[in-house]
Ligand binder design. Structure first.
Ligand code: C5P
Length: 416
């Protein structure tokens, strides 16, 4: 029998007034397109430009695109007579600083108020998203990283820069993401702010990323998982009111979501140990997104293996199934699994629901090239254990942050 899917495509938007703040960097040219995209998506946009930004792009461009006068001065009688800085700070539902220069990051982190942008950021109750963009060497500087961490700790939402070839010719991390990606981040962030508080008081443990199985001190077996889905779920669970422990395997290089307890592990055995400890300490919901290596080497060589032989065989043994082990040891806990399938999704999903003793399973079709591993987007079919008598739900292609939100809302709907 074919399942009755409940398709879900997006989270209801409720937003509106955005201040787009532009600071001095070559990426400022992308902000003009972002302004256009925000307006097209239904946001009302007002623009603040720092003195540096005006060296790269003119206020006239932004005025023409937004239909509103661009705000540049803090203490200018004419400008203040229009919309003063406090009015501007109150007007905004959201402030998006893109690009945010190293200088602006530092001044925001210090709580300075020596220009319009920094003053508005101090005077607003609205959330602030910050998209740093700069030369890769600058981005890597400990002072910049410290300022970003400080801003993140203060509750600023940091949009991680892209890596690749930079305007200056360097290659590395620090590029402003493309305007369509920034728009998506804004939409996702707003959606996250509207996530129902359905997990208030719940303790959640999440496994994420790949595992790394040592072959010798310098080599290992692993996979392409980036941990993005698990990290997005950690954020969504936190936003829904949960206390979250995130066990990240392998070498996940994503920023730890604010207020989430992160434990880094390498191998499947380490992950099982960390997960067991976290669950023993108290856990209501266990979510396994990790791409755990099915096999590990029987014994990792204590010294680097030399290439003396023409052929060699690795002796592998099966890894523990973390999800199944935990769910069978804690039958009353709410347990969520993930599955990657290429065919007969429902059959395999229901099989795993049963064999791994799960309450809910989210499956993605790994034959699709446009989603899944390393991508920022995903699409899923979600199945529930029979006891809930809940039909499967289809989450159509959307950002992992939005998928995570829907999954959390589904967990909440089943739990409550
Ligand atoms: O059996 P399969 O690998 O398809 O199951 C996928 C689900 O089981 C995922 O939720 C994954 O995190 C979890 N898993 C695990 N430990 C393993 C293998 C899979 O926790 N050794």
């Amino acid at each position: 029998m074919s399942p009755i899917f409940t398709p879900v495509t997006s989270v209801a938007p409720n937003i509106t007034k955005v201040i787009l703040a532009i600071t001095g960097g070559i990426a400022a040219y992308k902000s003009a397109i972002l302004a256009r995209l925000l307006i097209k998506s239904g946001f009302e946009v007002r623009v603040i430009m720092t003195a540096g930004a005006q060296q790269f792009i003119t206020p006239l461009t932004l005025q023409a695109l937004t239909g509103n006068e661009v705000h540049t001065e803090l203490l200018d009688t004419k400008a203040e007579a229009g919309m003063g800085h406090i009015e501007l700070a109150k007007w905004a539902d959201l402030i998006v600083i893109a690009p945010a220069s190293a200088n602006t990051l530092a001044r925001l982190a210090m709580g300075m108020a020596d220009d319009l942008l920094t003053t508005v950021c101090l005077a607003t109750a609205a959330p602030v998203m910050v998209a740093p963009a700069m030369n890769q060497q600058m981005w890597a500087h400990p002072a910049v990283q410290l300022n970003v961490q400080t801003l993140s700790d203060m509750g600023y939402e940091i949009i991680e820069p892209d890596s690749g070839v930079q305007a200056c010719g360097d290659v590395g991390s620090g590029r402003l993401p493309e305007p369509d990606i920034l728009l998506r981040q804004v939409i996702n962030f707003k959606a996250r702010l509207t996530v129902a508080q359905c997990l208030t008081g719940k303790k959640v443990t999440i496994t994420a990323g790949p595992t790394v199985e040592a072959i010798d001190p310098v080599r290992f077996l692993s996979n392409h998982s980036t941990g993005k889905m698990g990290f997005a779920l950690a954020r969504a669970c936190r936003d829904a009111g949960a206390e979250v422990t995130l066990i990240a395997g392998g070498k996940v290089s994503l920023m730890t979501p604010l207020e989430v307890k992160r434990i880094d592990v390498l191998s499947a055995n380490d992950m099982l140990q960390a997960a067991t400890r976290s669950v023993e300490a108290g856990c209501d919901i266990f979510i396994a997104t990790a791409a755990v290596a099915d096999y590990r080497t029987r014994d990792a060589a204590p010294q680097k293996i030399k290439k003396t032989q023409d052929e060699m065989t690795l002796d592998l043994v099966k890894n523990p199934d973390i999800l199944a082990t935990i769910s069978h040891s804690y039958p009353d806990m709410f347990v969520v699994g993930f599955a990657a399938e290429t065919q007969d999704v429902e059959k395999y999903a229901r099989g795993k629901l049963e064999s791994k003793n799960l309450d809910m399973i989210a499956c993605n079709d790994v034959s699709r090239k446009d989603i899944g591993f390393a991508s920022d987007e995903n699409a899923m079919l979600v199945f529930f254990a029979n006891q809930y008598q809940k039909p499967p739900v289809e989450l159509e292609k959307m950002s992992k942050a939005n998928i995570a939100e829907h999954l959390v809302n589904l967990i909440g709907s089943v739990l409550n």
